[in-house]
Design a protein around this ligand. Structure first.
Ligand code: OAD
Length: 226
């Protein structure tokens, strides 16, 4: 059985990382449009770099939770028939032990040199303007897909969704495209696991005869363990 799991910020919430749109709609006190667009970076690169530096540093203070571990168990059962596609830029799936994880919105622990177009593993801050290990210029930006930029590896995702028997969406509000459209691209049954119905919940309910939205009182670790 081929399964594609899409994850969003909600899966990392129990680990202590903020979601984007819960509470007052701010992300760690910032309007996402002021820190997650190329225009914001052009206007105030230091602010944007500091923001992502803080998010990168916060990763060392959090751990994967039961939901990340549950997906590792699913991969142990399904092997290459499971693909986790995540909108998250944290590394909690990998730290839990998932092998087949695709980050469509980039990763905090990667720096992208806009001068030589190389990407480098990165754990430290970028705000001080470090040199690119490849070309030596100080042109490193967070390797994050901002609003208005093209998500990574959509060919791979589209193919996996076309071939899957089951598409599961976990912890995403379903308002950011293209991920919000995956429910339509998926060929198999669709299932949403979330605290509340997402913006696209009715598409899960309408598009398939199988399961639709399932609200999770405690979180998906328990659900996937059912
Ligand atoms: P959102 O913050 O929009 O949605 C988080 C979802 O997680 C909501 O549907 C919540 O109900 C759910 N949730 C919150 N706390 C939870 C918990 N403890 N357990 C389970 N679920 C919980 O985050 P995303 O949908 O991931 O893009 O946001 C999508 C994209 O918007 C992000 O990747 C980011 C952002 O702008 C970029 O930065 C390009």
């Amino acid at each position: 059985m081929k399964v594609v799991v899409l994850t969003g910020a909600g899966i990392s919430a129990e680990s202590g990382l903020s979601t984007f749109r819960d509470a007052d709609g701010l992300w760690e006190g910032h309007d996402p449009m002021q820190v997650a667009t190329p225009e914001a970076y052009a206007d105030d690169p230091a602010l944007v770099q500091r923001f992502y530096d803080e998010r990168r540093a916060a990763l060392s203070r959090v751990q994967p939770n039961a939901a990340h571990h549950a997906l590792v168990r699913l991969e142990e059962a399904l092997g290459e028939d499971l693909l986790v596609v995540t909108q998250n830029v944290d590394d909690l799936h990998e730290r839990a032990g998932s092998q087949r994880v695709h980050h469509i919105h980039g990763r905090l622990q990667s720096a992208w040199c806009t001068a030589c177009d190389e990407r480098h593993a990165w754990d430290g801050p970028l705000a001080p303007g470090p040199s690119c290990p490849g070309c030596g210029t100080a042109s490193l930006r967070p390797d994050i897909v901002w609003f208005g930029e093209i998500p990574y590896g959509m060919d791979l995702v589209e193919e996996a969704l076309w071939e899957c028997d089951l598409f599961v969406s976990i912890g995403t509000s379903g308002v950011v495209y293209p991920a919000a459209a995956f429910v339509h691209w998926a060929r198999g049954d669709t299932l949403e696991l979330n605290l509340e119905p997402s913006a696209g919940a009715s598409d899960f309910a309408r598009s398939r005869q199988g399961p639709a939205t399932r609200l999770v009182p405690d979180w998906v670790g328990e659900v996937l363990g059912d």
